[in-house]
Structures are given as C-alpha cells and as structure tokens.
Ligand binder design. Structure first.
Ligand code: IPE
Ligand code: IPE
Ligand code: MG
Length: 240
C-alpha cells in the first residue's frame, strides 16, 4: 500500500470508469458481467473515498454517446442502475454520503427518474463525501443546456447579457456549487476525455492507469493520489 502520510488528499476526484467490457472479454464473459462487476467496484470505491476524506467523487456512469450501444447492453445497464440505486441509498446512509446526479435525466424511464430524485432527496442532509454520478452526461450537452437556460433567463429579464461571466455560466452547469476536480483518473489506458466535464477539467491533473475498472482498488487510488502529490499545479502562472 502506498504511504499517504503527509500527502494532500485531493478535494475532488473525478473518475472515468472504463474497461468493464474488456474485463469481461478477457474472461470469456458477456460485457454485461463486466458492468455488474464494475458496479461492485463503484460501491467499494465510494466507501474508500469516504474513509480517505475525499470531499467529492464524481464518476462517469453513462455518457450521452453510450446510447449508441446495443439495446441489450443499454437495457442491462438500466437494470443495473435500478438495482444499485436501491443499494446506494443504504450505503450512502451508512457512510454519511450525499448523492447527486448530473446529466440530463429526462431521457430515462420514469421509475429511474423517481429513483434518482429520491436518492438525492433522502441523502441531501448527509455531510460526508458528496458522491456525484454522471448519467446520460456529456460535457457538450451540459454546456449547451446551461447556455439555453441562461439565454432564457436573459430573454425573461432575469439575467443581463452584460453580467455574463465564467462564474455566472458555471452557476447554470449541473455542477453548480461544486469545486472543480483536482484529479481525474481514467482506467483502462485510454488517454482521452470522452466528453467528460469539459468545462470543469480545465486545470485538473490527469492520471491514466491500465487497470481495468472492475479491478480498481484502494491501492490503485492511493497510487493515483501519490502521483497527484508529485505534480506541480501552476494554473497558468509561474513556479513560486
Ligand atoms: C465503462 O466500460 C462503462 C460504461 C461506459 C458504461 P466499457 O463498457 O466502456 O468497457 P470497454 O471500454 O468496452 O472495455
Ligand atoms: C466513457 O467511456 C464513458 C463512461 C465511462 C461512462 P467510453 O468507453 O464510452 O468512451 P470511449 O468510447 O472509449 O471514448
Ligand atoms: Mg469504454
């Protein structure tokens, strides 16, 4: 295990949990088995992050582009989502975790939308880790929806065009009120953002591991945090 004594724990960790399909393929299993295993890893990671004192953990669960997959795979993902929402309610209560969903939930079946609303409502007073799940989420879609709402407010006289700045636009994003991620972890080796948190990741440190998502563990998270601590964040400035 990595020694994290004296290490800075990032306040906000964003995760692209990739590689469920490859994990299953390696074992001659259907892709959906990889997703099932991946859900178990999400559960474990929430508990680990809460214990470590991470304040925000944002995971990419389903992108606006993932609807392109076969109807069987999308259907299986929706079923898993239904099942894990119920489990998550329990885990969130046990670990003082507040759950929040980002993305356009309107495209889901009504029972899923109700489940999301319930999860958010019943955990909103929890004061530990904020666990954010990005579902039917796309960075471009989020910015487009934010721009449309801001434009509507301008037309209605609730906002002035002259008052538009980065802070105001950010307050229309799904992540309003949340700090930007300090560390982005992507599993399974792909070095791309895949439309994740395009606005929020502007100055985030990026860590990519070959580990497939179902195999992700506390040790992998600690390795990422150790690596994060060796980075020099300059935000466009110069070294002090
Ligand atoms: C990530 O695993 C989970 C989702 C995108 C829902 P993948 O399903 O993308 O797994 P690979 O990339 O095919 O291995
Ligand atoms: C990103 O993974 C989306 C999620 C993890 C939910 P993908 O597997 O969909 O991304 P690409 O297709 O490799 O870019
Ligand atoms: Mg993938």
């Amino acid at each position: 295990m990595a020694d994290l004594t004296n290490m800075t724990i990032p306040r906000h960790v964003a995760l692209i949990l990739d590689g469920n399909g490859r994990w299953a393929k390696k074992r001659g299993l259907p892709r959906t088995m990889g997703h099932k295993e991946g859900c178990k890893t999400v559960e474990k990671t929430v508990e680990i992050a809460a214990r470590m004192g991470i304040q925000y953990l944002t995971v990419y669960g389903f992108s606006t582009e993932n609807w392109k997959r076969s109807s069987e795979e999308v259907g299986a993902l929706m079923q898993l989502f239904r099942f894990y929402m119920v489990r998550l309610l329990k885990i969130a209560s046990q670990n003082n975790v507040r759950v929040k969903m980002i993305g356009d939930r309107r495209r889901f079946d009504q029972d899923i939308i109700d489940g999301i609303n319930r999860l958010e409502e019943e955990t909103k007073e929890n004061t530990g880790l904020t666990f954010v799940i990005a579902v039917n989420y796309g960075g471009r879609d989020e910015i487009t929806r934010a721009a449309a709402r801001l434009a509507a407010d301008c037309v209605a006289g609730k906002a002035a065009v002259s008052s538009i700045n980065e802070e105001l636009l950010a307050s229309y994003l799904d992540t309003a009120g949340m700090p930007d991620p300090d560390l982005l972890i992507r599993t399974s080796g792909e070095i791309r953002l895949s439309n994740y948190l395009l606005w929020q990741l502007a100055y985030t440190e990026i860590y990519v591991t070959d580990c497939l998502w179902p195999d992700f563990s506390q040790e992998e998270l600690e390795k990422a945090i150790l690596q994060y601590n060796s980075r020099e964040r300059r935000f466009g400035g110069v070294k002090a």
